[in-house]
Design a protein around this ligand. Structure first.
Ligand code: TXE
Length: 483
């Protein structure tokens, strides 16, 4: 067997071993094999990274024009693109998702994040407010050293979604990817360096949330934090960072509804509900895991969706015909299975799925689970309202538009929803009434990077995307000139 890959920190322009000398296992969840060792960072490593980032803020980087930074982002995009297969393989092996999905979605979207923010930077214009004899105008400056903390479900995609606007605005970065999916972040650090970023502009510290994440949140030189992850972690992070008056962006969990009205295009709605529930093994904060269907089509819809879900192929992530790969870990699969037991206790019927598939070695040791659809549950029960973050969707009938809205709004989350209807007025009316940050009509997860992205209630605080990201990663300064 080859010796495992060593994923070091990347600090001040070079790979660096952890101060502790300790390493963590990086497990391929589809096989259970340890395929890399991860630097186990601690507060000392975070301190080194923050010092490098702080020094870089005062270095040549501070003299870079917006145009030059836009060119850097394009170079980074090209650097990822040139290694797209390597990135897709790494993402799949770390996360469990099908390689085909990483190749089609995660990595192209990461590339697009850099291209998009390069164009947005070039197109940016700031306000001026002239009156007789006085000119007020707005200038921007970077925040400074920013901490980016990202989760395991869309590792490169979410890290680049923060890194691109942070660099565009002239900040320096200390990134902390999930300890479960560190590999593509290490590849990204290589690409950023090769693209010509000055040393210390992008730093990466690997390790556990409680050790590296917490130290980053507490570090006095880190003035802004952009976090995507679980709601409990987000709350803890805010409890530490808010009293230090750090700027915070929190993108947290979701328990999103798919609302299907009787006048919807039936086949498109079935297809859309299936994709929304189970893409990426259901491990996306936007997944539609509560499917609400208007009573007249409920039985027919349940039958059609069950057939579709049963036809999804679970297995070898490298097989191009695979729809669902492995869940992120054995522990996470156990959590999801726990919710399926709870669903039965709560009176639900598992219409399909929820089983460990029989797969040949080496995937017999992987964290696979067949996609499950559950009916017969009260829409207020725990299974139907708590974030499971796996291949489990519950399905519920409703009778009126008002009831559908009430059912959507009763969870503590408020990230997204999709509405399926051919009724123009209804689509707008319902979209307005939902307590969420994002609504799709007759589609799901169709993304335009300019639009505000984020949730309400327990789904988070703040918005990312286009000008919203630029606003987060900069300080606006008003300059008033008496002419
Ligand atoms: O996320 P965590 P976990 C949800 C999902 C999942 C649950 C827990 O329901 O089952 O959250 O997942 C870092 N200070 N989502 O435990 O812990 C951590 O190392 C600073 C929704 O994996 O929130 C990782 O880099 N950082 C979600 C990041 O936070 C800390 C995506 C996210 O990990 C820290 C993932 C601390 N004290 C899970 N503790 C979404 N919204 O997409 C941990 N971290």
């Amino acid at each position: 067997m080859n010796s495992p890959k060593m994923l070091s920190h990347f600090i001040d322009g070079e790979p660096q071993a952890p101060a502790s000398g300790r390493w963590l296992d990086d497990v391929n969840p589809a096989t259970g094999e340890v395929h890399a060792l991860i630097a186990r960072g601690d507060a000392e490593d975070v301190d080194r990274a923050a010092a490098a980032a702080k020094a870089a803020l005062r270095g040549p980087w501070s003299q870079w024009t917006a145009e030059r930074r836009a060119e850097l982002l394009e170079q980074i995009a090209a650097g990822i693109e040139a290694r797209i297969d390597e990135f897709a393989e790494a993402e799949s092996q770390d996360q469990g998702k099908p390689v085909s999905l990483a190749r089609r979605m995660d990595i192209p979207r990461a590339i697009q994040n850099f291209r998009f923010f390069a164009s947005a930077l070039r197109a940016e214009s700031l306000g001026a407010h002239p009156t007789l004899g006085v000119l007020n105008y707005t200038a921007r400056r970077p925040l400074g050293v920013v901490g980016l903390i990202t989760p395991w479900n869309l590792p490169l995609y979410l890290l680049t979604w923060k890194t691109a606007p942070a660099l565009a605005m002239g900040n320096t970065v200390v990134a902390k990817p999930s300890e479960l999916t560190p590999w593509t972040a290490s590849l990204l650090a290589e690409v950023i360096q090769a693209a010509g970023a000055p040393r210390g502009v992008f730093n990466l510290v690997h390790g556990l949330g409680a050790e590296v994440g917490q130290a980053l949140v507490e570090h006095p030189d880190v003035v802004g934090l952009s976090f995507t992850g679980g709601t409990v972690t987000g709350r803890r992070l805010a409890a530490t960072a808010a009293p230090m008056l750090k700027k915070l962006s929190l993108e947290l969990g979701g328990k999103n509804a798919t609302l299907v009205f009787a006048d919807a295009d039936f086949d498109q709605a079935v297809e859309g509900a299936c994709r929304a529930a189970f893409l990426n093994q259901g491990e996306i904060c936007l997944c539609g895991s509560r499917i609400l269907v208007e009573r007249p089509i409920y039985d027919r819809f349940v039958a059609a969706l069950t057939e579709k879900v049963k036809a999804l192929r679970v297995g070898d992530p490298a097989d191009p015909t695979t729809d669902l790969g492995a869940l992120i870990s054995q522990e996470h699969r156990a959590k999801v299975e726990g919710y399926l037991r709870l669903a039965v206790e709560e009176g639900g019927t598992i219409l399909c799925g929820g089983e460990r598939p029989n797969l040949p070695a080496p995937h017999d040791a992987g964290a696979f689970l067949t996609p499950a659809l559950v009916s017969g549950l009260a829409p207020t029960c725990r299974t139907a309202t708590e974030e499971i973050f796996g291949p489990v969707a519950t399905i519920h009938p409703f009778d009126t538009e008002d009831e559908a809205i009430t059912l959507n709004n009763l969870t503590r989350y408020g990230l997204s929803a999709s509405i399926w209807t051919e009724g123009l007025r209804r689509a707008h009316r319902v979209a307005e009434a939902l307590d969420v940050g994002l609504v799709w009509v007759n589609t799901w997860m169709l993304r335009d990077l300019r639009v505000p992205f984020g949730g309400v209630k327990d789904s988070g605080v703040g918005r990312e995307g286009g000008a919203h990201s630029f606003e987060f990663f900069s300080e606006a300064k008003n300059i008033c000139v008496k002419l």
